[in-house]
Design a protein around this ligand. Structure first.
Ligand SMILES: [Zn+2]
Length: 253
């Protein structure tokens, strides 16, 4: 059983062969996919995918880099979309200070408000945190939202364990296979398997040996194999445990 806990199948890069690819997923052993929202457009597209494919679930939310024009109406629309029964999380939300193209004050405001929405709806969150590790942690802790995943985790192993203490899961993807990913490897060593989710973030971040190519959920096997080596745990246990973790978090029977 394979659960890809973070994918973007609404992305333009899948326009040519999306249906072909998704209909072949069971054959590749992929049983569940969570499509992550990053804008209104992507959130709606994720819901449509969930209506078409029984194994696709989605998250709705506004990515930090898309909060520049966000308003209270956008938040109300997200709340409305979250009522769909295939929507299982609010996300991806967070802080991204890597590029200077979004006002940091706005990022913080809409991150906080989307956390409040998740709390109100009692839904888990999918967190995007880039170059803002401590601030992101502090906002989450203050929000008292106690369930979610830190997607494509890139912080320190110590902070990962602090997130686990708060009730969070740590999302690990293709970066684990990169030769310069020492910190991600250390995180995978420290965090208990019961707190790790596998993800692709496809079409981005394809694992070695496909680094640089378009990623898809079938390539999650390269990440799982690397995690199996790091943990010294058989591959089938890696798949079973991480899938069960994702199902527990997102409430999927
Ligand atoms: Zn993403």
């Amino acid at each position: 059983m394979i659960f890809d806990s973070h994918a973007h199948y609404d992305d333009r890069q899948f326009d040519k062969d999306r249906d072909e690819l998704l209909t072949s997923m069971h054959k590749n052993g992929v049983d569940f996919i969570l499509n992550s929202g990053e804008s209104m457009r992507a959130s709606k597209a994720g819901i449509e995918l969930g209506q078409k494919y029984d194994f696709i679930y989605s998250a709705v939310g506004i990515h930090p880099n898309n909060t520049g024009k966000m308003t209270d109406n956008t938040l109300a629309d997200i709340k409305e979309l979250a009522k769909n029964k295939k929507v299982v999380a609010i996300g991806e939300i967070g802080l991204d200070y890597h590029y200077d193209n979004t006002d940091k004050t706005k990022q913080r405001l809409w991150f906080t408000k989307q956390l409040e929405l998740a709390k109100e709806l009692d839904m888990p969150v999918i967190i995007h945190s880039r170059d803002a590790a401590q601030e992101c942690f502090d906002i989450i802790k203050k929000s008292e939202v106690k369930k979610g995943v830190i997607h494509c985790y890139s912080g320190s192993p110590e902070m990962a364990l602090d997130y686990v203490k708060l009730g969070y899961y740590i999302g690990i993807g293709g970066v684990l296979t990169y030769s310069n990913a020492r910190r991600t490897v250390e995180t995978a060593e420290s965090v208990p398997l019961e707190r790790i989710l596998l993800e692709t973030d496809c079409p981005y971040l394809a694992p070695v040996p496909n680094r640089g190519k378009r990623n898809d959920s079938s390539m999650i096997s390269f990440v799982a194999e690397k995690l199996s080596q790091i943990k010294g745990v058989p591959l089938d246990i890696i798949y079973e445990t991480t899938s069960q973790n994702a199902r527990n978090l997102f409430g999927i029977e």
